[in-house]
Ligand binder design. Structure first.
Ligand code: ANZ
Ligand code: ZN
Length: 837
C-alpha cells in the first residue's frame, strides 16, 4: 500500500484550484448565496497558529456550504495600515509600504500553502490607493451628511519627543521612546457621530440571534445606557452645579460633591488660584486609556465651596475637584456616596469624609459603615427618611418623581458611548481628504481628485508625523477660493479601514466603493469568525458604519454580521530556565529526567500552558509544521481536540496523531482497489455511514468541529474492522466527500484515484437516507402461547400496532397460526410479543 505524500499532493491540488479559479464567487450565480468571512489579518510578517485555527474553521464551513450547493463568498485581504509598519521603519530603516507589502507576499504564500478555499480574485489591502481612495469617498459622504465633525479632544502628548502618541505607545504613563511623563493635550480632531446611532446599535445587537451572548453583553455595556436623574445643588457661593446620578435612591448617603478638572467651576477657580491651576495640571498627567483612568490614584481638591443637600438644606456637602470625574460623561459633576460606590469609598477614605449606609445589606442597617469596600448590591433603603423601607428600584422612582414634581430635577438617559475619534497623527494610514483654508475652513477634496495618495518620500529619523514635515505634500490651493491652503495631515484610525472591507469584498467596482445591488446580494455576512479581542471596537464600528451607510441611502442592510463566532486561543507549554529566562520549544528536549535546555544540558522548569506569545517564547511557527506533516494533518489537528470556542493546546503528540489519522484515511481509500467487487449488504455499516453524513453536516453548520471529528474517527474505526461488502465499498467512496472540507488535498487525491469526474471540492455533499437514521434496532422475541417461536430485528421505539403487525406477518408465525386469528396479542415495546392462539 502506498503512503499519502502531502509534499506532492498539496502543491498539485493547490495549483489546480488556482488555475481553475475553483473558489471564485460568482455574483450572478443562481444558487443561494452564502458569505463566510474570517477577520482579515494584520500583515505582521508571518502567519501564526491563531490564524491557522481561525481560517481552518471558516474554510471547512465554506467548503461544506459549496458542496451543499451554495454560491459561497470566502474572501481574504489585509488590514495593512497601522503602527507596527512605522515602528519597523524606525527600527529597520525600511519604508512602511515596503515592509507591509513584503509581509503580505509572505503571508499570502503561507495561506495558500494551507489549501484554504479563498477567492483571491477579490483580495484587498487597505494600504493601497485603490482601497483607501474609496474609503476617502465614504468619509466625504459622511461629511456631507453631517456624520463627521471636528472638535477639541485630548491626546497623549510626549513633551520630550514633541509628538502625539498612540495609546499603546504610553507605558505606565510614560512615552515608550523618551520615557517622559505623558500629558493630556487638546487637539482639534475628526469625529464620527456614532452616538447618534446609540439606541439603534443597542436594540440591534440585542436582536442578533446568532451572536454569542457574551459578545452581545460586551457591546451593550460599551454602549452603556443608564437611566438616572439630573438635578441641581445650590452652592454656598451663590451659584449651582448640575449633577447626574444613576443612584438617586442613595441621596441621603451623599457626603460630598465632585466636579471634573475641566468643569467650569474648576476652571473659574484656577483663574484666580495658582494652586488650583497646578492641581488641574496634575489631574491631566497620565494617558487617556479607560484602564488608566480607572486605576489612577484618586486625587481631590477641596474648593471650600459647599452644596446644600436637596432634601435637607441644613446639610452642607463639600465640593471637590476630582480626577475620577470625567468632563464628557453626564454633566461632569457627581455627588459621592461612599458606602455604595467604590470610587467614592476610596475617595472618602483618603480625604476623611463620612461614610453613611443607606441601603441595607442583609441585616446590616446601621448608618455607621465599617466594611472595607462599598456595598453595591440590592437591599432596602435605611436612614433615608421618606425612602425607608423601599427597595432600590422603587426608591429610585420615588426620588425621580419628587424631583420632577418639585421642579428641581429630571429623569434622563445617558450613554457611555462616545463619538468615535478617527484622527491619528501618523503617517501609515488613510489620509483624511480635507483641505484647510483660512478663508473657507475645512473644505472637502473634490471627488475627481481622489484618492489623496500618501507621499512615498518620507523619513522616520525624527519622532512625529512625517506628513506634517513633508516639504510639499500638504501645501495645496483651496479647492473653493484658490488661496494657499493646507492638507489635513491626520490619517484615519485603522478601525475605519476595517469597518467596510467586508462590503468591498462583496462588490468592488473601480469607480465607487461598492455597487449597492451587488453588495446587497451577499450581505449580511452569514458567518463571521474571529478573535474575541475584537468583540467590542471592531464589531461596533463595523455595525455603526453599516448603519451610517444605510442612513445616507447607500446600503439597504442594517446589521453587517448575521452570525458571529469567536474562537479560542492556541496555547502551548512554557519553558523557563531556573534563572528565569524563557526558552522556546526548539531550545528544549524532554527526557526521563524531565525537561532540559539543549544548549546547556541544564534541567529547566516546565511552566504553565499559555496563549502562544512572543514574550513567553512559546510560539510554534506553522510553516515548518506544514512542511513536515502537510496541510491536511495541520488542519485536522486544528479541528480535532477542543471545542472551537475553547483554547486548543498545541502539542507534538497532537499533530502526530493527526498525521497518523490522515494516513489511515489514505489506506482505506487506497485499499479499495484491492477489494474487487465485494458484494453483500452490511446494514450496520450503512446506518453508521448515514448517521455520520447527517451528524457531520450538523456539526459543521454548528461549528462544533471537534464533534464532527469524533464521529469521523468512529466511522473510520468501523470501516477498518468491517469485512468487505458492497456497503463497505460504498461507504469508503462516500467518506471521501465527507472528509473533503477538512482534509481537501487528500480528498482530491483519493477522489481522482477512484476515477470520479471533476473535483471533490465541486462534488455535492452526500445525500442522507432518512430511513437509515432511525435509532438502533432492537431484537424483539415473538412467543406463541408463551413459547419462543421467532425473533425480529425492529427499529427501537416502534409503535405497538406496528410491532404487532410485524409479528403477525412473520413467516414462522403465519405458518404456526395456520390462518386462524389470534385470540389475544400482548406487546411489550422493544422486547416481546406474546400471541395467544
Ligand atoms: C451617586 C451614586 C451613588 C452613584 C452610588 C453611583 C453609586 P453609570 O451607571 O456607569 O452610568 N458619574 C456620573 N457622572 C460621572 C462622571 N462624569 N465621571 C465619573 N463618574 C460619574 O455610572 C453613573 C454613576 O457614575 C453616577 O451615579 C455617578 O455616581 C457617577 F451608590 O451618583 B452615581
Ligand atoms: Zn478657500
Amino acid at each position: 500500500a502506498s503512503r499519502f505524500n502531502p509534499l506532492k499532493a498539496d502543491a498539485a491540488w493547490q495549483k489546480v484550484w488556482d488555475d481553475r479559479r475553483t473558489f471564485a464567487a460568482r455574483d450572478d450565480s443562481p444558487k443561494p448565496k452564502s458569505y463566510v468571512l474570517e477577520m482579515f489579518p494584520y500583515p505582521s510578517g508571518r502567519i501564526h497558529m491563531g490564524h491557522v485555527r481561525n481560517y481552518t474553521m471558516g474554510d471547512v464551513l465554506a467548503r461544506f456550504r459549496r458542496m451543499k450547493g451554495m454560491e459561497v463568498l470566502h474572501p481574504m485581504g489585509w488590514d495593512a495600515f497601522g503602527m507596527p509598519a512605522e515602528n519597523a521603519a524606525m527600527e529597520k530603516k525600511v519604508h512602511p509600504g515596503t515592509w507591509t507589502r513584503a509581509n503580505i507576499a509572505t503571508m499570502k504564500a503561507q495561506l495558500k500553502r494551507l489549501g484554504f478555499a479563498l477567492d483571491w480574485t477579490r483580495e484587498v489591502a487597505t494600504c493601497e490607493p485603490d482601497y483607501y481612495g474609496h474609503e476617502q469617498a465614504i468619509f466625504l459622504d459622511f461629511f456631507a451628511s453631517g456624520l463627521v465633525y471636528r472638535k477639541e479632544s485630548a491626546v497623549n502628548w510626549d513633551p520630550v519627543d514633541m509628538t502625539v502618541l498612540a495609546n499603546e505607545q504610553v507605558i505606565d504613563g510614560r512615552g515608550w521612546r523618551s520615557g517622559a511623563l505623558i500629558e493630556r493635550r487638546k487637539l482639534s480632531q475628526w469625529f464620527l457621530k456614532i452616538t447618534q446611532f446609540a439606541d439603534e446599535l443597542l436594540e440591534g445587537v440585542r436582536a442578533l440571534e446568532h451572536w454569542p451572548d457574551k459578545v452581545k453583553l460586551m457591546q451593550e455595556n460599551w454602549i452603556g445606557k443608564s437611566e438616572g436623574l439630573q438635578f441641581r445643588f445650590s452652592l454656598s457661593d451663590g451659584g449651582s452645579v448640575e449633577v447626574f446620578t444613576t443612584r438617586p435612591d442613595t441621596m441621603f448617603g451623599a457626603s460630598f460633591v465632585a466636579v471634573a478638572a475641566d468643569h467650569p467651576i474648576a476652571q473659574a477657580l484656577a483663574e484666580t488660584s495658582p494652586e488650583v491651576a497646578a492641581f488641574i495640571a496634575q489631574c491631566k498627567l497620565g494617558g487617556t486609556t479607560a484602564a488608566e483612568l480607572e486605576t489612577q490614584e484618586k486625587l481631590g481638591w477641596d474648593t471650600g465651596i459647599t452644596a446644600a443637600h436637596s432634601f435637607d438644606s441644613e446639610r452642607q456637602l463639600p465640593v471637590y475637584i476630582a480626577n475620577f470625574v470625567l468632563m464628557d460623561y453626564g454633566t461632569g459633576a457627581v455627588f459621592g456616596v461612599p458606602a455604595h460606590d467604590q470610587r467614592d469609598y476610596d475617595f472618602a477614605t483618603k480625604y476623611g469624609l463620612p461614610i453613611r449606609r443607606v441601603v441595607s445589606e442583609g441585616d446590616k442597617t446601621d448608618p455607621d459603615f465599617h466594611d472595607d469596600a462599598a456595598y453595591t448590591g440590592p437591599g432596602t433603603l435605611v436612614n433615608s427618611h421618606f425612602l425607608d423601607g423601599l427597595d432600590v428600584p422603587d426608591a429610585k422612582r420615588a426620588v425621580i418623581v419628587r424631583a420632577e414634581e418639585g421642579g428641581w430635577g429630571t429623569g434622563t438617559t445617558v450613554w457611555r458611548l462616545r463619538d468615535w475619534g478617527v484622527s491619528r497623527q501618523r503617517y501609515w494610514g488613510t489620509p483624511i481628504p480635507i483641505i484647510h483654508c483660512d478663508a473657507c475652513g475645512a473644505v472637502p477634496v473634490p471627488r475627481d481628485q481622489l484618492p489623496v495618495v500618501l507621499p512615498d518620500d518620507v523619513s522616520f529619523d525624527v519622532p512625529g508625523n512625517p506628513l506634517d514635515r513633508h516639504p510639499t505634500w500638504k501645501h495645496v490651493a483651496c479647492p473653493q477660493c484658490g488661496a494657499e491652503a493646507r492638507r489635513e495631515t491626520d490619517t484615519l484610525d485603522t478601525f475605519f479601514d476595517s469597518s467596510w472591507y467586508f462590503i468591498r469584498f462583496a462588490s468592488q467596482p473601480s469607480d465607487q466603493p461598492f455597487d449597492k445591488a451587488v453588495a446587497e446580494q451577499w450581505l449580511p455576512v452569514g458567518q463571521y469568525i474571529g478573535g474575541v479581542e475584537h468583540a467590542i471596537l471592531h464589531l461596533l464600528y463595523a455595525r455603526f458604519f453599516t448603519r451610517a451607510l444605510n442612513h445616507i441611502g447607500k446600503l439597504d442592510v442594517t446589521e453587517p454580521f448575521a452570525g458571529l463566532f469567536t474562537q479560542g486561543m492556541v496555547t502551548h507549554e512554557t519553558y523557563k530556565t531556573l534563572g528565569g529566562k524563557w526558552l522556546s520549544p526548539e531550545e528544549i528536549r524532554k527526557d526521563s529526567a524531565g525537561a532540559v535546555e539543549i544548549a546547556s544540558g541544564d534541567v529547566i522548569e516546565v511552566g504553565r500552558i499559555e496563549k502562544m506569545s512572543k514574550s513567553k517564547k512559546n510560539t510554534v511557527d506553522p510553516e515548518p509544521i506544514v512542511d513536515q506533516y502537510g496541510a491536511d494533518a495541520v488542519r485536522w489537528f486544528m479541528l480535532s481536540d477542543s471545542p472551537p470556542e475553547r483554547d486548543l493546546e498545541w502539542s507534538e503528540n497532537g499533530i502526530e496523531g493527526a498525521w497518523r489519522f490522515v494516513q489511515r484515511l489514505w489506506r482505506l481509500f487506497d485499499g479499495l482497489s484491492d477489494q474487487g467487487d465485494a458484494t453483500g449488504a452490511d446494514k450496520d455499516l450503512d446506518r453508521r455511514l448515514h448517521r455520520t453524513i447527517a451528524g457531520v453536516a450538523e456539526d459543521v453548520e454548528a461549528l462544533t468541529f471537534n464533534k464532527a471529528v469524533a464521529k469521523l474517527y468512529e466511522l473510520v474505526n468501523a470501516l477498518e474492522r468491517a469485512q468487505p461488502s458492497a456497503s463497505r465499498t460504498a461507504a469508503i467512496r462516500t467518506l471521501v466527500r465527507i472528509v473533503a472540507p477538512m482534509v481537501p488535498h487528500l480528498a482530491e487525491e483519493a477522489w481522482a484515484a477512484m476515477d470520479n469526474a471533476g473535483l471533490v471540492a465541486d462534488a455535492p455533499w452526500p445525500e442522507v437516507d432518512p430511513a437509515l437514521l432511525v435509532d438502533d434496532e432492537v431484537t424483539v422475541a415473538i412467543q406463541v402461547n408463551g413459547k419462543l417461536r421467532d425473533t425480529l430485528l425492529l427499529p427501537k421505539g416502534m409503535a405497538r400496532e406496528d410491532v404487532e403487525a410485524a409479528a403477525l406477518a412473520s413467516d414462522k408465525i403465519v405458518r404456526l397460526l395456520e390462518g386462524k386469528a389470534p385470540r389475544k396479542v400482548i406487546v411489550v415495546p422493544d422486547r416481546l410479543v406474546n400471541i395467544v392462539a
